[in-house]
Write a new protein. Sequence first.
Lengths: 229, 840
Amino acid sequence: MTDSPLIELHAVTRRYGEGQQARRVLDRVDARVMPGEIVALLGRSGCGKSTLLNLISGIDLPDSGRVLVEGLDIARLDERARTLFRRHRIGFIYQFFNLIPTLTVAENVALPLELVGRRDGGEVARLLDRVGLAGRGDEDPDRLSGGEQQRVALARALIHAPSVILADEPTGNLDAETGAQVMDLLKGLVRGQGATLVLVTHSAEVASVADRVWRLTDGRIHDQRDETP
Amino acid sequence: MTLTSRALWRDARRHPWQWILAVLGVALGVAVVVAVDLANHSASRAFGLSLEAVSGKATHQIEATGPGGLDEALFTRLRMAGIRPSAPVVEGHVRVDGETFPLLGLEPFSEAPFRSHLTGVLDPAARELVSRPDTLALSRGLARRLGVEAGDSLTVTAASGRHVLRVGAILESSAPGVEGLLLTDIATAQVLLGRVGRLDRIDLILPEGSDPDALLAGFLPPGARVLETGAREQSARQLTRAFHINLTAMSLLALLVGGFLIYNTLMFAVLRRQALLAALRTLGVTRAEIFRLVLLEATVLALLGGVPGLLLGLLVGQGLVHLVTRTINDLYFVLSVTGLHVSPWLLLKGLGLGLGAAWIAALAPAWEAARTRPREGLRRSGLERRAHRLMPWLALAGVALILAGYALVPASQGLVAGFIALFLMIMGYSLLVPLGVWLLSRLLARPLGGVLGITGRLAARGLGAALSRTGVAVAALTVAVSATVGVGIMVDSFRTTVQGWLGHTLQSALYVTSPAPGDERAGSLLPEGVMERVGAVAEVAAFSTGRRIRVASSHGDVDLFVMDPAPASFEGFRFRAGSPAQAWPRWQAGEALLVSEPFAWHHRVSVGDELKLHTPKGERVFPVAGIYQDYGSQQGVVLMARDLYEQLWDERRVGSLGVYLAPGVEVSTGVEAVRRALADLPESSGPVLVTAAAEIREASMEIFDRTFAITHVLRLLTVGVAFVGILSALMALQLERAREHAVLRATGMTAGQVTGLVTLQGALLGLAAGLLAIPLGMMMADVLIDVINRRSFGWSMQQHVPPGVLVEAVWLAVIAALLAGLRPAWRMGRVRPAQALREE
């Protein structure tokens, strides 16, 4: 782990709606995440957790403030540059998996690799093996169970070795046991690759895998480590 | 193939019908364009070849400016003066077995430098033609068609009457253009066409760069002129130009509808794949890449549909070429098309148009796909909110486009500008459709809910609630259906106007005409003595005389209709400009001319303008005193009083009589009486036809319907493309709603209720499209009447809206919608809700 942060948020504000109706979901948020760290983000529904992930990935832009990833000011990039940034640096994991139904399991995993212009030198099969889906590469995703689909999503998020993994309630659609297995796997893979993980969750148990836990309330981040007596 | 494109392609495999229908739409669109192009091209080439066959290598032609032709002594004088190569020609038309054929009278010994393709084979036959009068030669193909061999006799009807000719030679030449020709010696042609001692033209081969006027100075008598060979072809081609352009425009309409089909398919594919596209965007696929992918899909669609479309076009073209030739024969000149001319350029053009239409149609869906925000696509509600927010702005933009279209119509008189205006209106109206759908859904919710309960309310609200989907579908259906309404109203308005015009223009009870085809300049002629005999019939109260000739003028060659009207004939003219009370006396006194509406339009002539005519007495200038309605000629005619004509041309013969019967005489009695009076005309003077006005009206309408047969065929094909479009749109829409229906099933609706709901939703969509198509169709008819009738031919007419066409539009949309809804309704009634929910 180096001393310079991988993700920095400086006075980030994001509002939804206009005029009197405007609601500030993020209010001058300052935060930093170090390389290789796992951060869990807790908070009530609609408190702005997913918005924060969208800001880090460049899907959304702040109304004010700066979001830096690897020193890159996301808001200063144009739309295409932000897309290419996401393509190379970010791996996404969703609650509802969002696998491409028209691609096979292996093709889903290989997709980010192809997008960054790399050929599959056996990584897809190896990664599928690591997530416990060896030999299932030719199957359609909708043949798999929820836990299996999420494991494919993990493999897809990690295949191109991005520096940041953003996971939006990755176990929200799974039973407790499967969720725990997926989290173990995710933690292992992230640690193995030296990636940084920002994890949105409702579950304190899931949050327990993190190095740090942030709680998002009233548009501000409260680092629970700081609050520990 | 990259994984990204594979992800999209496999979606096509999961919904094959959507794509098959789109491919079918493109195929039909391309087929119609290729077929029309092929028919136009083949007719045009046949025309060029036939001119080439009769003109040969001539560089210039001396011809008369009026109906009398040239004195044959001119040819002798030219030869004596050493102006050669030169060859005399007499040409006209004769009828054999009710069919009209061009007749070419040649002087075989002068022919070698001109028509070597004829004289080469004519050598043995030439002797035969010259040595024996009343002998003709014809091609092997034509002989087979007429069932004659060398030595057989053939009865022909010509201007001078009926003649029995001997088939002296069969031409084995395969030279193009020879196929439909009858060849005779020049003397025989002169006798047949009633032009003894006269020539129609003298062909010349002049050295390159020579000045024909200087070379022929002193030789050309008054009323003769020398023209370059190409000038004749050019003026004949000009005649059919508007006809060919309109056919092309009609075929492009089919392609436009095909384009909407592609638009529809791609737009639905984009909407359906929002989640997939959003996931791809999240993974880092750029907007440009998504845009390119959708365009690539359109390209594949266009190629998959385009290639079978070309083949289908070649097949349909074979049928269309007969319709095109028949129309040209009915309206313009005698043309025989013996083969299809398929050029690689024509096929490439068809494929290129298909591709172009697909790309244009794909632009909006590609843009919609490219603007998909990562993750946002997962939320349908956002899309719907955006559609509702956009609705008033789209409607405003639509109104602006429609107004721009209307503003463009009077700004230019060109055909192309007219079609651009039409396109602007169609696009503008499409943007108004979502608002129309929303209003209709609000309007229908209460009454449908009252009658059908929850099913009715859900179906009506579904229309407006899913505006992002229904708006596009209904817009596409509306445009397709409105095209059939527009063309239907245009043809019907034209038909009604022509019918009305025939009603008032054919004032006489019966007409006396010659069945022999007239020649181009002198027109058809009645035998000598007919006028006197008809005038002596007791049942006849009065008659008018008419004759159509072609003369040279300051506006090029024009058709001159020479008339001596009976007192009642004036009633038959409806003036578009000028006052009848002032115009007729000046016209009768020979001080002024009248022109028909198309003539005024084509030559930009107004009342008070002057017209210069070339007459045997030199050039004469006349003012135009009035413009009258006329649908008998597309290029228009100049009306001249007979006294003036006789004075200028020294000609007394007439082409037709319009006979008015004495009060109380039945038409059939009048016809009989006139026929009896003409029965003792000598056989050699040629047959005479006595026809009741009602029969002429009937025959004219028959020709009208025949002329528009091709339009109906094209309309039918457009409806075919539209039907495929409707089917495709509704199938996509119902597919989209699978989850919504599954939720209803899960909530407790029975399978029957869901089936009813799906059927009703389909019917409502069809109804919306059918109703919204009517105003657009009427707008299209307005522009089509202006563009096709006014700009192409100079015909003005009142718009007539036949209720049948409107009912047909709504019926077509609703039936197609119901048919399209059958499969989804059946499917949704049977599907297990859990499965449908999971599939989504």
